[in-house]
Every structure is written in structure tokens, then in C-alpha cells.
Design a protein around this ligand. Structure first.
Ligand code: FES
Length: 169
């Protein structure tokens, strides 16, 4: 007499589950190189940021660094400049000095005039644009047009080793 064995439903469910998990892991493994290749390369990441050794900039001096093809002015402001900027109101593009700096002694601004994009020249009072005469103060705030806006403050952070990192890593 021949007996037919009935499949065990628990065993079948288990095998189905194992097959599904193995398949999902296989698909993820096959896709990973493609997904990984979409992340920015190390070179692109390093171009996204610029590092400045703050210890090399004496008080009262300005260091210009290139970041993403643009000049960025890093100013080590004097106590007098800090006090003057804190007390001064900007009239054209209203902004307090405190809203533009993380640490009062360091001003970090993109060195591109907000009128038509010339690079302003450093002066005792701030910057003066050689193209159409706009003037910015030592907080990078526009005090005379035709520039309509203050100099842009880029994203930046201070690293523990007295390094400034401009841009987002
Ligand atoms: S580009 Fe600076 S004032 Fe026009």
C-alpha cells in the first residue's frame, strides 16, 4: 500500500521565509555598488570645504581663501572693530553684527559684491567695490549702494585645532 506524504505547512513557510530573506540580501548586495557610486567622491567632498589655520592670521588682518571657486574673506577683527560693529546699525540690509558672526573676533564673508559680482577691495572701514562704488563695513554689511544686500556669510564652523572649516563636509 502506497502512502502519500502531505507536505508540512510549517516547513513550507520556513523555506519560503528563508528564500525571501536570501533573495532580499542578494538584491541589496547587487545594488550596493550602484547606490554607493552615487555618493560624492572624496575629491568632491574636499572641494566642498576649505580649511583655514586661524593661528596664521594676526589680529587686524584679513586672509582670503578660495572656496568653491569664490573668494572668502576671513577677518581677524580688532577689539575696536568688534565694539564699533556691535554698536552700529545697518541701514540698507538691516542685520545686527551678532547675527553675522559666531565669534566676534572672526568675520567670515564671501568676497563677492552683491550688486553685480565684483570682488571688493579691503579698506580700513571694511570694503569698497571697484566696479560701482558700493561700500561695506567691517561686518560685511552694505553701507552704500548700489549693492542691495550685505556680503553673504557662508556656512562655516570652528574645529577644535584652531581651524576654520568653510562649507559643509
Ligand atoms: S559690482 Fe560692486 S558695486 Fe556694482
Amino acid at each position: 500500500m502506497a502512502s502519500e506524504e502531505q507536505p508540512d505547512p510549517n516547513r513550507r513557510d520556513f523555506l519560503g521565509l528563508v528564500t525571501g530573506v536570501v533573495g532580499a540580501v542578494g538584491v541589496a548586495g547587487a545594488c550596493w555598488p550602484f547606490i554607493s557610486s552615487m555618493n560624492p567622491s572624496k575629491e568632491v567632498k574636499s572641494e566642498a570645504t576649505a580649511r583655514v589655520d586661524l593661528g596664521s592670521i594676526p589680529k587686524g588682518k584679513t586672509h582670503t581663501v578660495e572656496w568653491q571657486g569664490k573668494p572668502v574673506f576671513v577677518v581677524h577683527r580688532t577689539d575696536e572693530q568688534i565694539a564699533e560693529m556691535a554698536a552700529k546699525e545697518s541701514q540698507l540690509d538691516r542685520q545686527t553684527d551678532a547675527a553675522r558672526v559666531q565669534q566676534p573676533q572672526w568675520l567670515v564673508v564671501v568676497g563677492i559684491c552683491t550688486h553685480l559680482g565684483c570682488v571688493p577691495n579691503r579698506t580700513q572701514e571694511g570694503w569698497s567695490c571697484p566696479c560701482h562704488g558700493s561700500v561695506y563695513d567691517n561686518s560685511g554689511r552694505v553701507v552704500r549702494g548700489p549693492a542691495p544686500k550685505n556680503l553673504i556669510v557662508p556656512h562655516y564652523e570652528f574645529a577644535a585645532d584652531n581651524t576654520l572649516i568653510i562649507g559643509e563636509a
